[in-house]
Design a protein around this ligand. Structure first.
Ligand code: ATP
Ligand code: MG
Length: 830
């Protein structure tokens, strides 16, 4: 070759290579033999759904080869090649097709990961398909020799399958990530148990956390939702060659991106991407609550489903891995701050260990049980055994635990499953506080003074810290007004305003977010107020907003509630924010069920039955998981006789009030059932029950719905049009019937809340309801209603007035309105 010509060839070659490389990075869906992918280069599936390349999860400093959703703005990885062997430099590492294998080489050209096929062909090609599957094909026969969905990470996509191939002796196992930023295999796996014909969620590849139940020919018995077929259709095949389950999206769903995952926190979830809200939303998950996940808080961790952080260490313990713990990976559990005395070779102490008492606990796993005459025997038995870490004495039986304690759960005080347990701690743990005081006595007077003031300060701080601790533990706290002023930054962020005052967002010094309600017009005396507060504060249920504390200083009366980050139901139903999107039907159903469960608790499970009196979407709050929580229960008794006046003057509330509020009949739990029924119809229609049309007429939806239901018309005509018919028709129909039963004029005909729960859980069928007559009349008269029930009794809420007088009065109103349309003034009863 002529040496003088060389300079002309070099740049041409260079540009040629560069051009080929550009083509490869920005359009191709495949990697052919001897091509390579490196640095920021990616391939994209032909329809643009998925992308493959190097990625770095979160703040992690290492890189992986993975596949992620291309059209989802939040980077969501569905498959990782080198889960266990990340690389450090993506620019000098390459993914290549070599000798019929797809291989990842790191910067030292060491093979990190490979498809390990025996193809040995020079014409293999790796293609990223639009369903999120990376396939390796034999270029000559075009047959698939390897595919990523045979080796899933934590994700199972629609169209993919999960099963057991007997011929290849291969099971698809979904394995959780270690935590949100670490794709290495975590503790939880999900796979088909070929022997039992059921899917199992397991912890540590051994212990079963959840099972799908067996296949009954139509569905897996613990997943009745499979029958709905609204969003997905399922196919399960099982024969001598193996078994597998696959699912496909039905065309009716407006959500196009779905994924099923085994989350690093141990739950399996079906998630859909809400494009308008730009976030993944969970449509189905198991186990139902976080605390049901085995060993979620690790050893000596205590789980609490009612707190947003879920896990706490027992007092005297601290998290083993602080960084993971604060990032939400609790699996490392907790360790002792001080070693136990007994059997500890390093201690000179002659003291025995002691036991710390805990109540309302779900016991840890695997106790040993034996009969013992009394608790003292039980205690001494545990004390004398080095490995015994806890004991409990219950019904003449001694329970002891040996080794680390797992799966403890703090239960609400009213939960009958809560038990007392004694946990072993070193005696020095409780005596260490005295040392400071002895030292103070022998020091000089200045030292005494400074130590004294130091102790005072310490005591003050401890008091404050205790307050916060108590709030965090779920115990009622009496806050000072100043505390709440500080927490709410001088009441600067108002969440909303209702009939009893305004609600402000705040943050406690331990970062717990709270909602502070400034009450107005409380007519109860101080003692009565505090009594009611302690009753309400004792009520804890996952579907009831938890009252964390209060402030009562003169006429300053404030309530401190847990904060519900998704606000109240009304805003989601009637004014969904652009970035929130429409509430899916499944969420609406869950909200109906959760609300009903909360009300059952209030009506039947508390020591003093509580009638809510103000059920409406504004009083159904939604937490970060869209779990419904009934707010403002007990307010009726708390604010005293002003309560019914507020109800009467609030327009929003009126559409939900049962007829007995005007008839003067006693108010019973069935008044809540009526309001609940009204709310059910709003969940179905997605609009307020009574709406004024442009021509000034009032459309009263319950009457329209009742008409369709009674005449067995097309139920879908009354469904929220925003749902685009994506709903289980049977569920919609059942809820509508149920609602009609709830809004019956005669309260005796209305079901109890526990019957309602049974219907929603599918345990009871619901018959055709009687025509809820009188509805329209009641609403037509709503503006002119005179409320006769102005005095809720403070001891119970069976509000009484003269029934004979009241009923004749109501009849008169109905006639008046119909014939003359007269205006009636509100009563001032005191
Ligand atoms: P009512 O006075 O009849 O209960 P309301 O519910 O509209 O009517 P408030 O209870 O004062 O009025 O609440 C006002 C708004 O503040 C609610 O609609 C809700 O959006 C918000 N809010 C109340 N409590 C909380 C909370 N704990 N967490 C988050 N938002 C809350
Ligand atoms: Mg409210």
């Amino acid at each position: 070759m002529d040496a003088r010509k060389t300079p002309f060839f070099v740049p041409i070659l260079f540009y040629l290579c560069f051009f080929i490389n550009l083509q490869f990075s920005f359009g191709a869906d495949s990697i052919s033999a001897y091509q390579s992918l490196s640095g920021d280069e990616t391939i994209v599936s032909s329809g643009g759904n998925f992308e493959l390349g190097f990625f770095k999860p979160g703040n992690f400093s290492k890189y992986y080869i993975g596949i992620w959703f291309k059209k989802v703005s939040a980077r969501t990885v569905i498959w990782v090649a080198n889960r266990e062997r990340p690389i450090t430099d993506k620019y000098s590492s390459v993914l290549q097709v070599v000798d019929g294998n797809l291989v990842l080489f790191d910067e030292t050209h060491t093979e990190i990961w490979s498809t390990n096929t025996k193809l040995k062909s020079s014409r293999a090609v790796a293609i990223l398909l639009d369903e999120g599957n990376l396939v390796l094909r034999n270029g000559s026969s075009n047959s698939t020799v390897w595919q990523s969905r045979d080796y899933p990470s934590d994700t199972w996509l629609p169209g993919g399958y999960l099963g057991y191939d007997k011929r290849a002796n291969r099971t698809q196992i979904l394995t959780s990530w270690k935590n949100s930023e670490d794709p290495s295999p975590g503790l939880y796996t999900f796979e088909l148990d070929p022997v039992g014909n059921q899917y199992l969620l397991r912890w540590n590849r051994s212990r079963q956390i959840w099972t799908s139940g067996v296949w009954n020919g139509r569905l897996f018995t613990n997943v009745p939702e499979m029958a709905s077929g609204v969003i997905f259709s399922f196919t399960y095949r099982s024969n001598t060659n193996g078994s597998y389950l696959t699912y496909f999206l039905e065309n009716t769903s407006s959500i196009t991106q779905w994924r099923f995952i085994v989350d690093y926190n141990g739950q399996i979830k079906e998630l859909g991407w809400l494009a308008d809200q730009q976030k993944w939303s969970s449509f189905w998950s198991k186990p139902n609550t976080q605390c049901q996940v085995h060993a979620f808080c690790g050893a000596y961790g205590v789980c609490n489903d009612l707190t947003s952080t879920f896990c706490n260490c027992l007092p005297g313990f601290k998290s083993r891995f602080e960084k993971s713990w604060t990032s939400g990976d609790y699996s490392g559990g907790c360790k002792r701050l001080m070693e136990l005395e007994y059997g500890n070779a390093n201690t000179t102490s002659k003291k025995a260990d002691i036991f710390q008492f805990f109540s309302h606990m779900k016991w840890p796993d695997n106790p040993q049980a034996f009969s013992a005459v009394n608790a003292a025997r039980c205690k001494s038995n545990c004390l004398s055994n080095i490995s015994c870490t806890a004991y409990a004495y219950y019904q003449n039986t001694c329970f002891t635990w040996h080794g680390d304690l797992y799966n403890m759960q703090q239960l609400p005080e009213n939960d009958n499953n809560g038990r007392v347990i004694y946990i072993r701690i070193p005696s020095s743990d409780s005596s260490k506080n005295n040392k400071g005081i002895i030292f103070g006595v022998v020091g000089g007077s200045i030292a005494i003074l400074s130590i004294f003031s130091g102790l005072l300060l310490l005591a003050f701080r401890r008091h404050k810290a205790n307050k916060i601790e108590r709030a965090a533990e779920g115990r009622m706290v009496a806050f000072g007004y100043k505390d709440l002023k500080n927490a709410t930054k001088n009441f600067s962020e108002m969440l909303g305003k209702g009939g009893f005052g305004s609600v402000y967002k705040g943050t406690l010094p331990d970062s717990t977010v709270i909602a502070v309600k400034k009450l107005e017009g409380v007519s109860q005396g101080e003692k009565q107020f505090r009594n009611e507060i302690s009753t309400i504060g004792n009520i804890q249920h996952i579907n009831l907003v938890h009252l964390r504390g209060f402030c009562s200083q003169g006429n300053k009366k404030l309530l401190v509630y847990e904060y519900a980050s998704n606000g109240s139901l009304d805003s989601h139903l009637f004014n969904p924010k652009k970035d929130e999107g429409i509430l899916p039907w499944t969420t609406r159903y869950e909200i109906a069920l959760g609300t009903a469960r909360g009300l059952v608790y209030l009506h039947e499970k508390c020591r003093d039955c509580i009638i809510h009196c103000d059920i409406k979407p504004e009083n159904i709050l939604l937490d970060s998981y869209m779990c419904p929580k009934v707010a403002d229960f007990g307010l009726a008794k708390l604010v005293g006789h002003n309560f019914s006046r507020v109800l009467t003057t609030m327009r929003g509330t009126r559409g939900y009030l049962a007829p007995e509020w005007i008839s003067g009949a006693a108010i019973t739990t069935k008044a809540d059932v009526y309001s609940y029924g009204m709310m059910l119809l709003e969940l179905v229609s997605g609009r307020r029950n009574s709406e004024q049309t442009r021509d000034g007429k009032v459309n009263f939806f319950p009457a329209i719905a009742a008409n369709v239901i009674m005449n067995e018309g097309d139920i879908l005509t009354i469904l929220d049009p925003n749902l685009n018919l994506v709903a289980d028709i049977e569920e919609v129909s059942n809820i509508c019937r149920l609602a009609c039963w709830c809004i019956q004029e005669d309260e005796h005909v209305r079901p109890t809340m526990s019957k309602i729960v049974q219907v929603l859980e599918g345990v009871l069928d619901v018959d055709m309801p009687p025509d809820p007559r009188g509805l329209q009349v009641f609403i037509d008269n709503e503006d002119d209603i005179v409320f006769l029930t102005d005095k809720p009794s403070s001891s119970n809420l069976h509000i009484q007035s003269d029934p004979a007088w009241a009923s004749s009065f109501v009849e008169e109103q109905y006639t008046n309105k119909k014939t003359q349309g007269s205006k009636i003034q509100e009563c001032e009863s005191d």
